[in-house]
Design a protein around this ligand. Structure first.
Ligand code: G3P
Ligand code: MG
Length: 409
């Protein structure tokens, strides 16, 4: 393998792998080292290209593996061609989710080659370290745990707020929040009309993160509205600037309200049902409708993450580069993003996978190509808004197309 090229010939591939620093070896799933062993005799080539695979509609439909998904990933592993999984899904820790996918596909995978919708939020911990954030979406309080694992120290959920202040949403909820609601540190902070210097001040939320598809659109919509109309995120207060025509955006979101982060723009996605289902983007569109109705068409200031956004692709490219380095390159100068010339993005959604790859401006100068598969949300009858480099049947066809472009035999 590597050192075959560099001349200092270790006794065997095991020795070659042994030269890979422990840390980097860790990013090569153990079972995959077996694939390396077996491939050593065959192909000591090093690819200056890689793949990025979407999950829903490309590798899996809900938790059911799609045809030839396993074949595609196993073949790339045997050939030591780096790839990552890049999904707008989420709602649980990267470790838990990558293990699930690895089990479903029976292919060794690990977190070093995996990016979920909310994974880039981990880079915002520094900004909100000791601040109070509201995490919305997902099952129970799984997303709270993911946020805490990232390092956010003070994480609240809608369950905590509706349990502490039942009048927040008069129609109660079909969900029993109690099992995963946490008592607020001091519940006397009940939201009430806010006047400055009120002691103790009402609960203050410093940022809102939509980690995954909200389960209770009604309660979550009410909470977001309350906080974005509040004064500086003090729950239960109303900003005196709201509706002031002399201010930008008619005074809305002009009073240090908490920033609103969305992790996934997908309006529709390919789940188990035979027709596409509404995603987090559906909730956002619904909330924007309420916001415009309540504010008289004010703009909703928000921060968007997830495919097709530049931040998410840049984050994914860095992760791919590190993984590629671990896989191919200890000791090699031209590894990391240098040397990664092309990335083939394989996706089923023109608005997220294809648009993202087409518009991505790689800080490392890599060229991203876009491959649209027919196994997911893409509606054959419609001309894709964002034109892919090619449309193919499924993920194996996509891999074949990429390898052909590369002349990889
Ligand atoms: O909620 C997940 C969905 O929006 C799409 O996921 O894997 O196709 O990016 P994916
Ligand atoms: Mg998809």
């Amino acid at each position: 393998m590597a050192t075959l090229i560099w001349g200092t010939r270790p006794r065997s591939l095991a020795a070659a792998v042994g030269q890979v620093p422990k840390l980097l070896q860790a990013s090569v799933p153990r079972q995959w080292q077996h694939n390396l062993q077996t491939s050593a005799q065959v192909l000591p080539k090093v690819s200056d290209f890689a793949f990025a695979f979407d999950i829903d509609g490309v590798l899996l439909r809900s938790s059911n593996p799609l045809p030839r998904a396993r074949k595609a990933l196993s073949y790339l592993q045997e050939q030591r061609i780096p790839f990552i999984l890049l999904t707008n899904g989420g709602g649980k820790s990267e470790k838990e989710r990558v293990q699930e996918i690895s089990d479903h596909l029976e292919v060794p995978l690990d977190v070093s080659m995996f990016v979920q919708a909310h994974t880039p939020f981990a880079e915002l911990v520094g900004e909100y370290k000791d601040k109070c954030i509201l995490v919305v979406g997902g099952e129970g309080d799984k997303c709270r745990k993911v946020a805490e694992n990232y390092g956010f120290a003070n994480v609240l959920t809608p369950a905590d707020l509706i349990t502490a202040f039942p009048n927040l949403w008069p129609f109660g909820s079909f969900q029993n929040y109690k099992p995963y609601a946490r008592a607020l540190s001091n519940s006397t902070l009940s939201p009430r009309s806010y006047t400055p210097n009120l002691t103790p001040p009402p609960l203050k939320i410093d940022a809102i993160f939509i980690f995954h598809d909200p389960r209770d659109w009604a309660l979550d919509t009410q909470l977001l509205l309350d906080l974005l109309l509040s004064s500086s995120g003090h729950l239960g207060s109303l900003s005196p600037k709201n509706g002031n025509p002399s201010l930008p955006n008619n005074g809305y979101q002009q009073d240090s309200q908490p920033p609103l982060y969305f992790s996934n723009p997908d309006l529709l996605w390919a789940a188990a049902y035979h027709l596409p289902r509404l995603g987090q983007g559906g909730f956002r569109e619904a909330f924007e409708g309420v916001w415009k109705a309540v504010t008289g068409n004010a703009k909703l200031e928000k921060k968007m993450f997830g495919k097709p956004h530049q931040e998410t692709f840049a984050f994914a490219e860095k992760r791919l580069a590190r993984h590629r380095h671990a896989l191919l390159g200890a000791g090699r100068s031209r590894i990391g993003t240098e040397g990664l010339k092309r990335v083939y993005m394989v996706g089923d959604n023109p608005e997220s996978d294809i648009q993202g790859a087409n518009e991505f401006k790689s800080p490392a100068g890599s060229q991203w190509r876009s491959i649209l598969v027919r196994s997911g949300v893409f509606d054959e009858g419609k001309e894709p808004v964002h034109r892919p480099d090619v449309v193919v049947g499924d993920v194996w066809d996509a891999v074949e197309w990429g390898l052909e472009r590369e002349g990889w035999k």
